[in-house]
Design a protein around this ligand. Sequence first.
Ligand SMILES: Cc1cc2nc3c(=O)[nH]c(=O)nc-3n(C[C@H](O)[C@H](O)[C@H](O)COP(=O)(O)OP(=O)(O)OC[C@H]3O[C@@H](n4cnc5c(N)ncnc54)[C@H](O)[C@@H]3O)c2cc1C
Ligand code: FES
Ligand code: FES
Length: 480
Amino acid sequence: MSQRQVVSFYLNGMVQHVMPVSPTQTVLQYLREQMALTGTKEGCAEGDCGACTVTEASLDPDGRVVFRAINACIRFLPTLDGHALWTVESLSSGGRLHPVQQAMVDHHGSQCGFCTPGFVMSMYTMYQNGLTSPVREEVLDHLSGNLCRCTGYRPIIDAALNMGNYPEARLDLEQIQQQLFELQEQCQESLCITGTDQRYFAPNSLDELAALYEAHPQAVLLAGGTDVGLMVTKQLRTLNEVIYLGAVVELNQIERDDDCLRIGATVLLNEGYEALANEYPEVRELWKRFGSMPIRNSGTLVGNVANGSPIGDTAPFLIAVQTRVVLRKGARRRELPLEDLYVDYRKQNREPGELVEAVLVPLRSADIQVATYKLSKRNDQDISAVCSAYALRVDQGKVASVRIAHGGMAATSRRAPHAEQVLDGQKWGEEAVARAMQALENDYQPMSDMRASNAYRLKAARNLLYRFYLESTGTTDTRI
Ligand SMILES: Cc1cc2nc3c(=O)[nH]c(=O)nc-3n(C[C@H](O)[C@H](O)[C@H](O)COP(=O)(O)OP(=O)(O)OC[C@H]3O[C@@H](n4cnc5c(N)ncnc54)[C@H](O)[C@@H]3O)c2cc1C
Ligand code: FES
Ligand code: FES
């Protein structure tokens, strides 16, 4: 396999060929310390505050340019290979502010200014994607990853709503597409960066990736890096071997056949959830409350499943609808029900060197009712205290099948076999549901932590089951 050592990308319209200081050097470190582009700020260094937001562009599988707001603080520089990036320094031209900046000025959207470049870049990304005159809901969605301690947000939201009221200043899409195509041509060989004690591989075919991971089972797999990035920026770990999945085009695919939706390992959270929501509109709220826009623009849906956190938001729903995972080790593939992947806390039914290639989500059957609920202290950018999911089939008033799964209630995302058993074959009514709510205590002994106490978690899980019952039977008042 022939290999490259140098990362190639566009920065503010200029092509760069860079040898990273280390394979886990972050984009933020590169911008501020190497390029003196200090408009991009560091607040939290963990993807939470948005002060480091920059705009990235890449080609989607159909060759279209897609702009995404990302957090530079948790993104490793080599993953920019073949992409384009813009920072706040590039926006004004000929002494004139960009419409996004002018709108911020005119609507008094900045006070101390620390968050301002991040907000501006989130708005700029919307603007470049053609959302120049967004509606309020779109603005809130796109600004979900930006925190401001000064303004109270209203002036910033007003600025975003009004950024289309200035002379148009979008980038030349055809030119960027051409640049990215040319870059892709130059980036045909796999990227392999070796430092003194660190190695970074970015194979560009699935076979190469599978063989590499089988040969280096101790390596850390890197997908979107929204978990892995924090190992470096927060846990201050040195990752000696990293294998990046993002250059494997075959993994960035969503396929729909007669039975299922196949979501590949590098499909981003936003795209993966969109496909899920087309099949199961009930996941839409969970999608929009998952992390923030920049997190969903970097993180992958399979990364959330493979990470296997007991408080991951995607697994409960996928378990409830009987999702299977495709595992790959070298040339061998096998499939497992997702629930069987999780053995214990951070322990999975995966061999060393075996990766998750895709998830297979069954298509919706007409007679199924589903729901998933996320309970967290904040609406956006927060981790669940409890996340629940249900898939129910009722036949002639009786429960023909039911699957209930939770995150936040045990060491892994897990089903509730006792509650399910209580409901099985029973009339789908208050009496059986009340007994199932009680039975949840046999399924889970949740822990207490800073998100919630064990008593709160159990009570919440019971009440969420009741909420599902009320909603599934058409009762509109779900206050409990
Ligand atoms: C600010 C912030 C907010 C967040 N909010 C949420 C939230 O609301 N809900 C939630 O559930 N999570 C949340 N997360 C966690 C994270 O965003 C998700 O878990 C995300 O889906 C991880 O995907 P990734 O592609 O970034 O994974 P990575 O960070 O690249 O990898 C995650 C883990 O999975 C492994 N891995 C990745 N891909 C594979 C594969 N194909 N096969 C085997 N192993 C693999 C990696 O080695 C690593 O251990 C948040 C994180 C941050 C920083
Ligand atoms: S510095 Fe806070 S999100 Fe990056
Ligand atoms: S203007 Fe001060 S943090 Fe937003």
